[in-house]
Write a protein that binds this ligand. Structure first.
Ligand code: UDP
Ligand code: MN
Length: 312
């Protein structure tokens, strides 16, 4: 028999333990408020963000590898409204387990597609097996373009030069590129020096080649440059930012051996789930940091710092 005093003591301890639990729980941040990368550990938790993928069609064979569709983005809302339902149906038909991540650049520097992809990779790579670096305005319309996990050889270039509506040179790897996470890590991701339009994908090609990886491309495609993709890009309405300032031209012509995943500097100010036609995508609001001494061409106008400070 347990003496009465001991029972009281056990009761008090039990109560204290429960209260402690309540206090600890109430101070734990809600997982969806956490501005931190997805992790395998959190996959099983109830977090919305970790609720990996989007339904795969009943009939399609289910993929074992998970794809993070990384979409570098700024001010392309019309294109996004078309992209999300189109890509979701396209990938569902192939049974690709995937989720779309919108990498929304909200700082006042010039657009930096490569750094945004680096951020998207950092955010998703623990939970996903491969990434699609995917322009928001390039929609595949031939179901023979297969988005499956790339082979050991290296990245798989969906927007091949013989299929892309605009870019036809052999070393082109832009538009849509599938990369295994281990390969992206191996090449130190993409260069962070490319602010404004162009060349970041060509520099990435050299990284791939120097690492001994090989780019594969779709085979036996019966369509060509006019009917494989829809490129929702009006060059007057969506003007490319081709300005060059400071020594941008000289530096960005060269292979960058300094920057990449290891030097990436950014903040994610907000993570939100957004639903388009009932499809849930994850939006990351990203503030890239620019070292003005290193890449002054992130801000040709000299106004970026002022513009971020003043809100009227
Ligand atoms: N992009 C964006 N906002 C911009 C510039 C580019 O969202 O102001 C993204 C968008 O995903 C776009 C991609 O970067 O599809 C590539 O840019 P763009 O379409 O201008 O280049 P293209 O390959 O068509 O020459
Ligand atoms: Mn485009």
């Amino acid at each position: 028999m347990i003496p009465m005093g001991t029972i009281n003591w056990l009761f008090v301890c039990g109560l204290a333990f429960c209260m402690g639990g309540v206090v600890v729980l109430s101070f734990m941040p809600l997982s969806s408020d956490c501005i931190c990368p997805l992790s395998r550990g959190r996959t099983k938790a109830s977090s919305e963000l970790n609720k990996v993928p989007v339904g795969v069609q009943e009939s399609a064979p289910k993929s074992i590898h998970k794809l993070a569709v990384l979409v570098p983005f700024r001010d392309r809302f019309e294109e996004l409204l078309q992209f999300v339902p189109h890509m979701t149906k396209f990938l569902q038909r192939q049974g690709i387990e995937h989720k779309i991540f919108l990498l929304n650049q909200i700082d006042r520097y010039r657009f930096n597609r490569a750094s945004l992809i680096n951020v998207g990779f950092r955010f998703t790579s623990e939970v996903y097996d491969y990434i699609a670096m995917h322009d928001v305005d390039l929609l595949p319309i031939n179901d023979a373009l297969i988005y499956k996990y790339p082979s050991d050889a290296g990245p798989h270039h969906i927007a091949a030069p013989e299929l892309h509506p605009k870019y036809h040179y052999e070393t082109f790897v832009g538009g849509i590129l599938l990369v295994r996470c281990e390969h992206f890590e191996q090449v130190n991701g993409m260069s962070n020096k490319y602010w404004g339009w162009g060349l970041e994908d060509d520099e990435f090609y050299v990284r791939i080649r120097d690492a001994g990886l090989r780019v594969t491309r779709p085979e036996n495609i019966k369509t060509g440059v006019n009917d494989t993709f829809t490129h929702i890009h009006n060059r007057y309405h969506r003007k490319r930012d081709t300005q060059k300032c400071y020594n941008q031209k000289e530096i960005t012509r060269k292979r960058d051996r300094q920057t990449g995943l290891n030097t990436l500097k950014y903040k994610i100010s907000k993570i939100q789930e957004m639903s388009i036609d009932g499809i849930s995508i994850t939006v990351l609001n990203i503030l890239l940091e620019c070292d003005l001494a290193d890449t002054p061409w992130c801000d040709c106008s000299g106004n970026a710092a002022v513009a971020s400070a003043v809100s009227t």
